[in-house]
Every structure is written in C-alpha cells, then in structure tokens.
Design a protein around this ligand. Structure first.
Ligand code: GTR
Length: 413
C-alpha cells in the first residue's frame, strides 16, 4: 500500500512500490469543474452545455488536433470479404469486412469480427485496434493477411508478422464464452505509425495537400476516427448491439481509446490498458514518460501545439484526469501493470480520482480513495474501474477477466 498526503489540490508522494526513484514533485491539478472564467460547474446541465465543450476545445486545439466527422468520407462503403460460422470449433461466427473510405478502395481497413453463435439477439462487443495485423491476434488460419500493397504502406521495413504473435492480447475464446463479440483492425490500416509529415494514411485522403497548422489532427486522432468509422459499421451489423460497444486499447492505443471515447459518445464504455503518458497518466507528475519525451519520439501522434507543454506540464491548462472526465457519465476502466513504471501506474490511478467529481455531477460514485490499491486488487466504484496487474506492459488474460467483470455490470441485459 502506498500513502499519499493530500493537501488542498496538492498531492505529494511519500512511498514508492513501483519504482526506486522518489517522486517528489508536488503539483496542483486543475479542477475539472472550474470554468475558464472562474465559475464553478454546479450541475450536469452546466457540465454538458458549457464546461465539457470548453475542455473538448482545449484537448482538440492543444493535444490531439481537430478531427473531422464521418461526412468527409461520403463514399465510405462496406464489403464482406469472408464469413463463416465455424470459428473456434463453432463457438463463433467470424466475419471479415473491408471498410473502404473511398470509391476506388485505395483507403480501407479490414475489420475482423468474432460473434458468439450462442446468442439470443444482438450482443455487446469490445472494439479495439491491434498493432501487428488481424492475423497476428489469433491462430485462426482463416484470418486474412494484409495484402502486399497494404503492407507496403506501413512503416518502412514493416514485416508480415507470423500468425498469433499478439494472440495473448486477444483472448477471443474467453471473451466469446462470456457473451461478447469482439472486433479489431490493424491501426496501420488507418494511419501508418511513423512520421511522414501526414502524407499517407487517412490524412492523405481527407486532407490532401491542405496546409497544416498547430491544431491539425494527427495520428492518434486518426486512429480514434477509425474507431468511430468501425462503430458506424457496427450500427449496421445486426448481430451486434452498437449501443453496447466498449472501446479498448493498449498503450498508444489506450491513449487512442480514451480519445475515441471522448470524441464519440456512442461508445458505451471505455477501457484504457497501460495508456500512460498522454493517456490516463497525470502529466504534472512528470513520472516515467513525459510530454517532452513523447513529442520528441512520436512527433506524429499529437498536434504540434502540444509540444509547447514539454517540460512545462504545470502550465498545461488541463491534465489527463480531464480526458477521463470527458467519458462521464459512461463507465470507464483504467488498468496498469506493476512493472510498467514508464506509464506511471500511480498517475494513471490519480486521473480516475481527479475525474470523480464529474461523475458525481451525474449522480454516480467514482474512485476517490487516495491510497493506490495494491497490485491485483481490482476496484470498482460506481462507474469507474481500476486494477494494477502484476507484470509487464502488456495485455493479459488477467486484464480481460477484469474488463469482462466490469462490462458485465453495464453492458449485459
Ligand atoms: C512507447 C511509448 C508509450 C507507449 C508505448 C506503446 O514507446 O513511449 O507512450 O505508447 O510505446 O504504445 O507500446
């Protein structure tokens, strides 16, 4: 157990189970309920109509950039590439759908879905991007490989992974047996994960050679946009209840799932797995990865205005608890791993605590305990969930067990 001293809004760390380094950086978190003009938000109507739009504007203009809507791809269409009822020995229907963003199908992602066959009516689902291709999430030999043309658009030197290299992150059979569908696509399909000045991926189709500025959307926001387009598709998929879709992502894709949950309120539940810096972790703690480091190493992830906060986190007019607050009143789950100090598990926990006042406005309890829970002591309070898995930066069965337990409370009929 760790103990924290909480004085006004200042949090000082006093004990450190996750790292040998002391974290002696006192900081003051912005109050999510304080408007820019100093007024305090008193009720949910004020939050919805005034404060939330103000914060969204801040996050768009200063961090993720301004994402377009669905209207920029009027020719979006869907093609079923493959469908079979025999996945995992008959446990599920596998469906692979090409979601094309243009008429010529030069820009597309392939959504892999597994839907439990044992169902009465539409089922809830988990939707999340993957890193290495759909085929890398499973042993299932029927999962299509990316075409050589598609592969050539990914980062230079990107190799076709063997099947199942990331299978441990996608516990399909476990998820399906619990009554959920699951849908995934390779994030490179939407925007390849390297910095090329935004000439490739969905940016090329939507922005062409349009000049960019400090607020132009970047890659995380493109991935989140892709998640919303998948949800558009799921709204047409009869076997899945699009009103009960949990968006999930790990690490950079956990940052993405949080932003997708913020920008698209159709997502019924949001899960951040080890999202760390610029995801769930409080930036002002400057613990593990910092804003400066992330902007230097991954200049394509955020809008360029964000770089101004590198080394000046205390000057940020927001902090990451306010990204969590954007999800309110929908259920949110933040997970960490005990060895993942780069992602700052303590800071990830405190963003939940910092967002609790917003959930309160809606009449829901949140996590408010200022003692960080022990490793593998999951906590659910009201519409917030949290755990710290023992081990490394990853997604494991333990994580899925907690996500399903949490989702069962909100997405099951
Ligand atoms: C790291 C990066 C993190 C995290 C991680 C990942 O290199 O510093 O912010 O996103 O990659 O996505 O696995």
């Amino acid at each position: 157990m760790r103990h924290l001293l909480l004085t006004a809004a200042t949090i000082i760390m006093t004990a450190m189970p996750y790292s040998v380094e002391a974290q002696n950086n006192p900081y003051e978190l912005p109050d999510p309920l304080r408007m820019e003009d100093g007024r305090i938000v008193r009720n949910k109507r004020q939050w919805i109509n005034e404060r939330r739009p103000e914060l969204m504007e801040m996050l768009r203009s200063q961090m993720f950039g301004r994402e377009p809507g669905a209207d920029v791809v009027p020719d979006m269409h869907y093609t079923v590439l493959e469908e079979s009822k025999d996945a995992f020995g008959g446990l599920a229907t596998r469906k692979q759908v090409k979601i094309s963003f243009d008429k010529e199908e030069n820009y597309y992602l392939v959504l892999l879905m597994y839907i439990p066959n044992d169902r009465k009516g539409p089922v809830p689902a988990f939707l999340g991007p993957n890193f290495k291709g759909n085929h890398a999430t499973t042993t299932d030999p029927a999962v299509l490989l990316p075409t050589p043309e598609k592969l050539a658009t990914y980062a230079p030197g990107y190799k076709l992974e063997d099947r199942n290299t990331n299978g441990h992150r996608w516990e399909y059979e476990y998820i399906l047996k619990h009554g959920y569908a699951v849908a995934t696509f390779c994030y490179n399909d939407v925007d390849p994960d390297f910095h090329d000045g935004f000439h490739n991926g969905i940016h090329r189709l939507i922005d062409g050679d349009k000049p960019r500025d400090g607020e132009s959307w970047a890659t995380i926001s493109a991935w989140a946009w892709g998640l919303s387009r998948c949800l558009d598709f799921l709204e047409t998929e009869k076997a899945i209840d699009a009103k009960r879709v949990a968006v999930i992502g790990h690490s950079r894709l956990g940052k993405t799932s949080l932003w997708a949950g913020a920008t698209d309120q159709r997502f019924a539940l949001v899960i951040s797995n080890d999202s760390g810096c610029s995801g769930a972790a409080i930036a002002r703690r400057k613990y593990g990865e910092t804003v400066e480091v992330i902007c230097r190493n991954f200049p394509h992830w955020f809008c360029t205005n964000y770089t101004a906060y590198g080394g000046r986190e205390e000057k940020m007019p927001w902090d990451q608890h306010e990204l969590i607050a954007m999800i309110a009143p929908r259920p949110v789950y933040v997970a960490s791993a005990s060895e993942d100090s780069w992602a700052d598990p303590v800071g990830e926990y405190f963003s939940l605590v910092g967002a609790a006042s917003v959930y309160r406005l809606f009449g829901y309890d949140g996590i408010t305990d200022t003692t960080v829970p022990d490793v593998e002591h999951p906590v659910t309070v009201g519409r917030m969930g949290h755990h710290i898995r023992r081990g490394e930066h990853n997604v494991r069965l333990y994580d899925w067990e907690q996500y399903i337990r949490f989702a069962d409370r909100f997405l099951k009929r």
